[in-house]
Design a protein around this ligand. Structure first.
Ligand code: TRP
Length: 451
C-alpha cells in the first residue's frame, strides 16, 4: 500500500454519482468523431451496407466482450491501469500492457484534438455566416488552405485541448459526468432531427439503399475486415484504458454486462442514425460518398451550400461533431491524468501539464497537411500515419491483450464474479473472451495482412 497523502484521500473519493452517470460518461467517450466523421468515411469507402454488417458482427463478437472485460479489469483494480494487468501469478510483463494503453491514449488524444479543432473551426465559420457565403466550387480549396495554414489549425487544436482540460480539471463527477449529462441527450435530439430532415429530401432513398442494401461482392475485399475491426475499437473507445479507468470510478459492481450492452447499442445506433443523415444528403445532391476523410469537411459543406437551410444545418452538424469530440477527448485525457494522480500529482496540475504535452505532441499532426507536408511516414502524412499506427496496430494489440488476460490469466472464478452477468450469460461471455474474440481478431488481422 502506498502512503495515504491528502491527494490519495480525494483519489479514493472520486466517483460517478451513480450507475447512470457512469453509463452516460462511457457513452460520451464512445460517441465521438469516430461515429460521425470516421464512420461516414470508412463506410463510404468500404461499400456502405456490407461494411455496416461486418461492423455489427465485430461489435457483437469482439467489441462487447472486450468492453465487459475492461469493466471487469477496471473494477478489480479500482481503475489503476498498472494494477489492472496484475493477477496473482501473472507474469510481470503484463503490466507493460497498462503502460502501453496509457501511452496510446495520449497518442490518440494528440491528433484527435487536431481534427476536433477543425470541427470547432467549421462550427465557428458556419455560426458567423462566413462559410455559407463562399461559392460551392471554392470549398475544397478552402478546406485545403485551412488545414495547410501554419497557424490556424494549431490555434484551433490549442483551443480544443484547452476546453478538454477545463472539463477534466473539474473532476470526475463535476466535470466529465456533467459534460456528458448535458451534451449526450442534446446530441441525440440533434442527430434525430438532422436525420429526419435528410430523409425528407427528394432522392433520399438512394442514400438509404447505400447504407442498407448490401453489395455482397464487397465481402471479398480483405481490407474491409481490418478496417471494420479498427473502427469497432475506435468507436467503442476500448483497448485504450478509458473503460478500465471509468469502471474504477464506479463504487459498486454495476451489472457491467447490461451497462456494456447499453453503451455498445447506443454507440452503434448513433453511428447508423448519423449515416441516415449524411448519406441521403450526399446522394440527394448527387455527390460521391467515397470521398475519404474529407467527406465531413468538403462534401457535406458543398451540399450545405446548395441545400435550403444549409447554413443552419451546417452549424448544427459541426456543433454536433465538436461536442461529441469533446466528451471523447476528455476520456482520453483522463487516462494519463488518472495515472499521474496515482503517482501523487494533484488533479489540476496533472491535467494542465498533460494537456500541454498532448497539445505539443499534436502540433506535428496539425502542421502535417501544410508546413510539414513534405514529411511522409510509410507514404502517409503525419496525422494519417499516427492514426494508422494507433488505430490499426496498437488498438488491436491492446485489445487482444485485454481478452487474453481476462480469459486466460485472471482466475476464472474472479472473472465470473466481477462481470455481474447472470451465470448462464457469464459463461457465454467468458467463452467469447477466451475463444471467439481472440480467434476472430487473429483471423481478421491475418486476412488483411495476407490479402
Ligand atoms: N470513441 C471515440 C470516438 O468514436 C474516440 C475515443 C474515445 C477512443 N476513447 C477512445 C478511441 C479510446 C480509441 C480508444 O470518436
Amino acid at each position: 500500500m502506498r502512503p495515504t497523502g491528502e491527494d490519495d484521500m480525494s483519489q479514493s473519493e472520486e466517483a460517478w454519482s451513480g450507475r447512470l452517470g457512469f453509463i452516460l460518461a462511457a457513452i460520451g467517450s464512445a460517441i465521438g468523431l469516430g461515429n460521425i466523421w470516421r464512420f461516414a468515411y470508412v463506410a463510404g469507402e468500404n461499400g456502405g451496407a456490407v461494411f455496416l454488417l461486418v461492423y455489427a458482427v465485430c461489435v457483437l463478437l469482439i467489441g462487447l466482450p472486450v468492453l465487459i472485460s475492461e469493466f471487469v479489469l477496471g473494477h478489480r483494480a479500482r481503475g489503476d491501469l498498472l494494477q489492472a494487468f496484475r493477477a496473482s501469478g501473472a507474469s510481470r510483463a503484463w503490466s507493460g500492457i497498462g503502460v502501453l494503453a496509457i501511452l496510446v491514449a495520449f497518442l490518440i488524444l494528440s491528433y484527435y484534438s487536431v481534427i476536433a479543432g477543425w470541427a470547432c473551426r467549421y462550427f465557428w465559420v458556419y455560426l458567423t455566416g462566413h462559410l455559407p457565403s463562399l461559392p460551392r466550387e471554392t470549398l475544397p480549396a478552402a478546406f485545403e488552405a485551412f488545414i495547410a495554414d501554419p497557424i490556424a489549425p494549431v490555434a484551433w487544436h490549442a483551443l480544443f485541448m484547452g476546453l478538454s482540460a477545463i472539463v477534466v480539471t473539474a473532476g470526475v463527477a463535476r466535470g466529465i459526468e456533467r459534460a456528458s449529462r448535458v451534451l449526450m441527450p442534446l446530441l441525440a435530439v440533434m442527430v434525430i432531427l438532422l436525420a429526419g430532415y435528410a430523409l425528407s429530401l427528394p432522392g433520399a432513398e438512394k442514400g438509404l439503399a447505400f447504407l442498407f442494401t448490401p453489395d455482397w461482392s464487397a465481402l471479398r475485399t480483405p481490407r474491409l475486415y481490418i478496417v471494420a475491426l479498427g473502427q469497432t475499437f475506435f468507436s467503442l473507445g476500448v483497448a485504450m484504458g478509458v473503460m478500465i479507468v471509468y469502471a474504477g470510478y464506479m463504487r459498486s459492481r454495476a451489472r457491467f454486462g447490461s451497462a456494456a450492452l447499453t453503451i455498445a447499442a447506443s454507440d452503434t445506433l448513433f453511428a447508423i442514425i448519423v449515416g441516415m443523415a449524411i448519406f441521403p444528403i450526399v446522394f440527394a445532391f448527387g455527390m460521391d460518398p467515397a470521398y475519404g476523410a474529407a467527406l465531413a469537411f468538403v462534401t457535406l459543406p458543398q451540399v450545405f451550400s446548395i441545400m435550403p437551410g444549409g447554413a443552419w444545418i451546417g452549424t448544427a452538424f459541426f456543433f454536433l461533431l465538436s461536442a461529441a469530440a469533446l466528451t471523447s477527448a476528455v476520456s482520453l485525457l483522463e487516462v494519463p491524468v488518472a495515472a499521474a494522480r496515482r503517482a501523487g500529482v494533484p488533479r489540476v496540475p496533472a491535467t494542465l501539464g498533460l494537456a500541454l504535452l498532448a497539445f505539443l505532441a499534436g502540433v506535428p499532426s496539425a502542421l502535417g497537411s501544410g508546413t510539414w507536408s513534405a514529411v511522409r511516414i510509410a507514404g502517409k502524412g503525419i496525422l494519417e500515419a499516427v492514426d494508422y499506427a494507433a488505430s490499426s496496430i496498437l488498438l488491436p494489440v491492446v485489445g487482444l491483450a485485454v481478452v487474453l488476460y481476462t480469459g486466460w490469466v485472471l482466475p476464472r472464478a474472479e472473472a465470473l464474479r466481477e462481470c455481474g452477468l447472470p451465470p448462464r450469460w457469464a459463461d457465454v461471455w467468458l467463452a467469447m473472451v477466451r475463444y471467439v474474440a481472440p480467434l476472430a481478431m487473429v483471423v481478421f488481422l491475418l486476412t488483411s495482412a495476407l490479402g
